[in-house]
Design a protein around this ligand. Structure first.
Ligand code: ADP
Length: 475
């Protein structure tokens, strides 16, 4: 049963379907050619023989009609011709009586063949017969005419066995050629089927492995046809899926870690209050304040995560409003000023023109707040944070410049990655989540804008946010 099933699967495979289709086609074609050729050759040979015997019959009839010889001379003449054309020749009179027979057997007997009857009416006839014991035979009859009067007929009987033998010989050679054709076609179609089926099998194998969770699959297919393109598309898809899966795993790991940190801190703080006896009220307050700050942190992480999920889902539909970027920045800087004042950081906002563009006010405010807040966070006490607004190449540019700690060169490519922080401890102490820049970048890109950073450790950092002005209402 298993063997039958195995064979069934094997013979329904594309490989065998292709091979059997090609074989079937070539066999059908060869059969048709066989029928056509064998029939054509047979007809051709027989017709040739008919024409030859009819012309010989005419020559003999002519000589008989004009003879002035006796019966014995006529016998000798017939025997001579009979030998020459390898056929039996008879002369019959008007009544159908055999006057002369080259084989000397039927002399004086009456023969009543249809062909003789027709020739006695003046027609020349050539017709094939299947004779018992003799095989295929050709009967040829020609009238003996003198002065437009029929005196009798010449009857030639000739075996066609040699003709049929020749046709069979040709067809036997054809059969050998046909077998050779079938073997060659089978071989070529097998190679061709192999060339087509192998990439498909490889792709199927790759898909099966991906289905089992092994996402990083590569299918090697040589060539430049549709199957190679399919394999390339498959490889790109599997690489992308693998990367997405890796990012997802990393993201889930990071989220769990980030959420666990404040939770562990809260647990530690609350347990110390529970198990410690006679804790002074001041310590209670202090610990509860710490717990509240950890709750704030948790809330901040969750809010940021929700914002990211929204952006990822493409849910973040921008609510465009024509906005003066100057006023938006003024408001924003005003709200961040208390934090800067606390760190004795001076904040300046400089602009040369009023720029009005269409943007999602709330989202852009969120994006710019993250960047300006970072400038304050990562600038030591007494530092300077400056914000400039100007136009450049059809875009509104917001430049945020600080003279803070700066970002190391090797960290610059990663600062927009989720949860990436140059210095985890410092970021945590300043309330950072590692999600701010990732959110800002995505919001800016949703506005078809871009963000760029230039930084030097110990000297400071400058962020450039470029927003296209094509939503301009007033120039
Ligand atoms: P965080 O919440 O930690 O600030 P962000 O995504 O906003 O996370 O920023 C990622 C990291 O980039 C920060 O942890 C910090 O190390 C670095 N960074 C961002 N802005 C600045 C800046 N103005 N100066 C120095 N480092 C910065």
């Amino acid at each position: 049963m298993v063997i039958i099933l195995g064979l069934r699967i094997k013979f329904v495979s594309i490989r065998w379907k292709l091979v059997s289709t090609y074989l079937l086609l070539i066999i059908l074609t060869l059969l048709l050619i066989h029928t056509f050729i064998s029939e054509s050759i047979r007809i051709n040979y027989v017709n040739e023989k008919k024409v030859h015997l009819l012309s010989q019959g005419n020559i003999i009839a002519d000589r008989v009609a004009n003879h002035n010889k006796n019966s014995n001379d006529m016998d000798a003449l017939l025997k001579g011709y009979s030998k020459e054309i390898k056929s039996r020749i008879m002369i019959v009179n008007k009544k159908g009586i055999v006057l002369n027979d080259a084989y000397d057997v039927l002399k004086g007997m009456k023969i009543n063949h249809w062909e003789i009857q027709e020739s006695l009416k003046g027609k020349s006839i050539a017709r094939e017969h299947q004779l018992k014991g003799y095989g295929k035979t050709l009967y040829v009859t020609v009238p003996i005419v003198l002065n437009n009067k029929v005196y009798g007929a010449i009857f030639i009987s000739s075996s066609l066995e040699k003709v049929y033998g020749n046709v069979n010989k040709i067809m036997r050679n054809y059969l050998l050629l046909a077998i050779l054709c079938i073997v060659i076609t089978g071989f070529i179609s097998f190679i061709f089927a192999h060339v087509i089926a192998t990439p498909i099998e490889k792709l199927t194998e790759g898909i099966k492995k991906m289905h089992q969770g092994k996402l990083e699959q590569k299918v090697e297919i040589i060539g430049n046809d549709e199957l190679t393109n399919l394999a390339q598309a498959f490889n790109t898809m599997s690489t992308k899926l693998f990367q997405v899966d890796q990012q997802r795993k990393e993201f889930v790991g990071n989220v769990s870690h980030e959420l666990r940190t404040p939770l562990s801190a809260m647990k530690l703080l609350s347990e110390s209050l529970i198990y410690e006896e006679n804790v002074p009220i001041k310590t209670y307050r202090e610990f509860l304040k710490d717990i509240a700050s950890e709750v704030d942190r948790l809330d901040k992480i969750i809010q940021s995560l929700l914002a990211l999920v929204d952006i990822d889902k493409g849910k973040l539909e921008l609510n465009y409003e024509v906005t003066y970027v100057n006023y938006l920045l003024e408001k924003l800087i005003h709200s961040l000023k208390p934090i800067a004042v606390q760190k004795k950081i001076s904040m300046n906002f400089v602009y040369s023109e009023k720029i009005q563009i269409g943007l999602d006010r709330v989202k852009i405010q969120q994006a710019l707040t993250n960047i300006i807040h970072n400038a304050i966070k990562y600038t030591p006490e007494g530092g300077i944070v400056e914000v400039f607004l100007y136009s450049e190449n059809g875009a509104a540019v917001v430049e945020i410049k600080d003279n803070g700690i700066g970002i190391p060169k090797e960290s610059l490519p990663y600062i927009y990655e989720r949860f990436y922080r140059v210095d985890k401890a410092r970021s945590r102490s300043t309330g950072g989540t590692g999600l701010g820049l990732s959110i800002s970048k995505q919001i800016i890109e949703l506005h078809q804008g871009e963000v760029e950073v230039i930084s030097e450790v110990g000297k400071g950092t400058t962020f450039y946010v470029r927003l296209p002005k094509n939503m301009n209402v007033y120039s």
